[in-house]
Design a protein around this ligand. Structure first.
Ligand SMILES: Cc1cc2nc3c(=O)[nH]c(=O)nc-3n(C[C@H](O)[C@H](O)[C@H](O)COP(=O)(O)OP(=O)(O)OC[C@H]3O[C@@H](n4cnc5c(N)ncnc54)[C@H](O)[C@@H]3O)c2cc1C
Length: 395
């Protein structure tokens, strides 16, 4: 199928994996999320309730968690993995632990990420894996390294251990042949993450990309970094692994820059972020033999552009060097319609203990609030599908 037939409006394909009950739950969830006020007061109330031990885990698990997460364990994600695979969409198991600072938790997280790689090795519907460096290393240690500050003896030891965890994950990925992506985070720890990712790519990427770094194109400097890393890795006779995203920490980045009086690393406006994102797609498709990349986006225009670039440059839809990727519970109209048109698509399936994934869930809720009183995109698609199904029922 060429891109001329590609439509993201087909809600029948988008929601084929959802029962009527699933759609009803999603409808009410997005109705609530649509109310800005509730999304503002929700996180502090929920955090407080969890902290004082109110029994709300069941409520969270049956609602927002069920929509955006696969479960608390890999085993609980199995039905989601199967449902996505039925629609031709792959899974990226994302063990979502954030903001921890305990060495034992870091060791456990490292082991769990290695389990996701082992699970992927058993199944062609899991072609990629992922982790965050802050899942296996202390944020403030990374911050100190990024600022070029002197580490104490104990911190040097701690850093050795953290690097050992990243190495163990990448080694497992290499041994099993399952690529692992390293998520991008705040700019004040990102230089350290980038250096680590580049070192891992030089070590493990040969004629197959095993390690992928993430490029946040909402940053002014990241299109340049992508090209620079490509040249560096290429000189090492290796393929660059790149995940392209716009970036998730814009407000935090701008606030910190203002408070500390340095120029914000973020693009001046959305247009500039879009321009660099789309230029990165163009660059990667131009170098498809030496870059393997994942377009992590919910932006329809960027997805359409990438689909068009593939056709224009005669790149097969199933070329293993290019994946579209979205998050579970969002933009199913993109994921399932792209998969239907035979492109490689995989969705992040976050999982983990409910308390640990709360920050992730709050971010998803915030992203889906209404803009200027309009229905969110997700809600309008759900409404469209509910109406379509009602129309099919005998009157
Ligand atoms: C599979 C996947 C993996 C991801 N991995 C990461 C990751 O590792 N690290 C990470 O940081 N994020 C990650 N994200 C989140 C991503 O960075 C975006 O926040 C999110 O996808 C929204 O951007 P978009 O391209 O989908 O669409 P859009 O809705 O078109 O873009 C919204 C984004 O544009 C940018 N933007 C908006 N307004 C402005 C402005 N005024 N000036 C400059 N930029 C602006 C912001 O980045 C904002 O998030 C991931 C997303 C997906 C789908």
């Amino acid at each position: 199928m060429g891109t001329t037939n590609l439509s993201f409006e087909n809600t029948e394909i988008a929601f084929r994996h959802c029962s009527n009950a699933d759609l009803k739950r999603a409808y009410w969830l997005f109705r609530v999320i649509n109310v800005n006020f509730l999304v503002k007061i929700g996180p502090p109330i929920t955090n407080f309730a969890v902290k004082i031990g109110l029994p709300i885990n069941g409520l969270i698990k049956a609602t927002i968690f069920k929509h955006f997460c696969g479960g608390e364990t890999i085993r609980e994600c199995e039905s989601t993995i199967r449902a996505l695979a039925k629609g031709g969409v792959g899974t990226i198991l994302d063990y979502s632990i954030e903001g921890e600072d305990d060495e034992q938790v870091f060791d456990n997280t490292c082991e769990e990420i290695i389990r996701t790689i082992r699970r992927a090795a058993k199944d062609t519907s899991i072609q990629l894996t992922v982790f965050k460096v802050t899942g296996v290393a202390r944020f403030s240690l990374l911050e100190k390294l990024d600022a070029g500050l002197q580490l104490t003896e104990a911190e040097r030891e701690e850093w050795q251990k953290a690097q050992g965890r990243v190495l163990a994950i990448c080694e497992k990925a290499h041994a099993t042949g399952i690529p692992v992506m390293i998520d991008a985070e705040e700019s004040w720890i990102q230089k350290t993450i980038d250096q680590l990712a580049l070192a891992m790519m030089k070590r493990f990427n040969g004629d197959k990309a095993i390690v992928y770094n993430t490029y946040q194109l909402y940053r002014r400097d990241k299109l340049q970094s992508l090209m620079h890393d490509h040249q560096t890795v290429f000189q090492n006779d290796a393929i660059l692994g790149a995940k392209l995203v716009r970036g998730a920490y814009m407000e935090k980045e701008r606030r910190r820059a203002e408070e500390n009086g340095y120029p914000s690393p973020i693009q001046p406006d959305k247009q500039a972020a879009d321009r660099d994102y789309n230029a990165a797609l163009d660059y990667c498709t131009d170098h498809i033999n030496t870059i393997a990349f994942v377009a992590g986006t919910h932006n329809e225009e960027s997805c359409r552009l990438l689909a068009e670039l593939l056709d224009k440059k005669h790149i097969d839809h199933k070329n293993p060097h290019v994946f579209f990727s979205q998050l579970l519970g969002m933009s199913d109209n993109l994921s399932f319609n792209l998969a239907h048109a035979q492109y490689n698509v995989a969705k992040y399936v976050p999982y983990g203990p409910i308390k640990a994934v709360l920050p992730y869930l709050f971010r998803r809720a915030q992203e889906n609030t209404a803009i200027a009183g309009q229905m969110s995109r997700e809600l309008s698609l759900i409404v469209k599908e509910v109406k379509r199904r009602k129309g099919l029922r005998p009157q």
